[in-house]
Design a protein around this ligand. Structure first.
Ligand SMILES: [Zn+2]
Ligand SMILES: [Zn+2]
Length: 83
């Protein structure tokens, strides 16, 4: 699979993703520009079940042991809270 640029379905919407796609962090109110590579993805794979499929900046991604990187909301869901 080519990850430079591709489309994925998220919440019924088709969005562009991949290392070559630059977009703001998906966290509401965050305007930091990120590239939508797998290292910015919430979850293990695009469209997977582990995360919400959003792309987030470093401030809004947390390392979860088996789920890969998760956004704050998803991380709280699996880890029971982050402070
Ligand atoms: Zn998430
Ligand atoms: Zn952010």
């Amino acid at each position: 699979m080519e990850y430079g640029s591709y489309t994925m379905t998220r919440n019924g919407q088709t969005i562009e993703a991949g290392y070559n796609i630059t977009a703001p962090c998906d966290r509401t109110g965050c305007t930091i520009q990120i590239s939508r590579g797998l290292d910015a993805l919430c979850g293990n794979e695009p469209g997977g079940d582990d995360g919400c499929g959003g792309f987030f900046c470093d401030r809004h991604l947390h390392i979860a042991s088996s789920e890969g990187y998760l956004c704050r909301d998803c991380y709280q869901h699996v880890a029971g809270g982050v402070r």
